[in-house]
Design a protein around this ligand. Structure first.
Ligand code: ARG
Length: 286
């Protein structure tokens, strides 16, 4: 059993099947680095907002060219991090668990995303604890990998399991540069992940080795350009163009990699995955 239907976008004979995805994105109209809530953010350093929009448009166009569906939520002034749609919710099987941000600067994003999901027909569950959505919660096969240590609280993991009825694997993040799970680990398909071992506690590293003995192990150089903040449809992996080592490792394993340059958004600590919320609809057969 898998989380999504395996609609193959490519013809027969291709190496790996791609899954059709529906994504939610938020144009970075009001993007800026006005506060610092992670080590990447320096409010004193220059940001080129027009370039940020162009880079984001390239990411959006990349998804459309791959055959995916992209929905957009209206950006709100005064919420410069709203572009990071992955933090807007966790959406599985037609249900959405709303978020509760750790930092007050991002608090008003939560009702905006919950409202959009409600209007789009998803069943929305309220957050009960600090929980930053798909930034820290990554479905892989029937499991939910859940990060904690910086943002999403451990208590949220138990709530997550109640809402979605899927086993939750708690992973302890230990490096403040990799403060969300999606900066330290990327889900490649229903059974495979790529991750930076040293971003996790020893017990979490052992857990990842047990669950994913064939995982792609990233290097510090890959992670330091947010290379693991990548979006895979099972075949195509959209990742930061600067992550050349990881890209080569993924190609060796039969994935098609597509590099995108999100240098401006990286100044806020975000990459392609942060800009992308996966909308997983209820499976027709269930
Ligand atoms: N500046 C944002 C924050 O620190 C970046 C969020 C990145 N999102 C993600 N899914 N990793 O909250």
């Amino acid at each position: 059993m898998t989380l999504e239907s395996t609609t193959v976008l490519d013809g027969p004979g291709t190496a790996r099947p791609a899954v059709h995805r529906r994504y939610l994105m938020c144009r970075p109209t009001y993007f800026a680095v006005e506060y610092a809530i992670n080590p990447w953010m320096d409010p004193g350093a220059p940001v080129d907002p027009a370039l940020a929009v162009r880079q984001w448009e390239t990411l959006r166009r990349t998804y459309l060219d791959l055959g995916h569906t992209v929905e957009e939520i209206e950006p709100l002034p005064g919420l410069p991090d709203m572009v990071f749609a992955a933090n807007g919710a966790t959406v599985i099987d037609g249900s959405a668990l709303a978020v509760q941000f750790r930092d007050p600067e991002r608090a008003d994003e939560a009702p905006a995303y919950a409202g959009w999901l409600d209007r789009a027909g998803f069943e929305v569950y309220d957050a009960k604890h600090v929980n930053e959505g798909e930034g820290d919660i990554l479905p892989v096969g029937d499991l939910l990998l859940a990060g904690t240590g910086f943002r999403t609280s451990h208590a949220a993991h138990a709530h997550l399991q109640e809402v979605f009825g899927r086993p939750v694997i708690t992973l302890q993040l230990v490096d403040p540069r990799f403060y969300h799970l999606d900066t330290a680990l990327c889900v490649l398909d229903d059974a495979t992940v790529a991750y930076l071992p040293e971003a996790f506690s020893p017990g979490s590293q052992a857990t990842l080795r047990r669950l994913f003995p064939d995982a792609v192990l990233a290097t510090a150089a890959d992670a330091e350009v947010l290379g693991l903040n990548a979006v895979s449809d099972g075949r195509h992996v959209v990742l930061p163009a600067q992550a050349t080592g990881l890209s080569a490792a993924l190609r060796d394993r039969g994935y098609d990699t597509i590099g995108v340059d999100l240098s401006e958004l990286r100044k806020a600590g975000g990459g392609p995955k942060c800009c992308t919320l996966v909308l997983r609809e209820r499976e027709a057969s269930k």
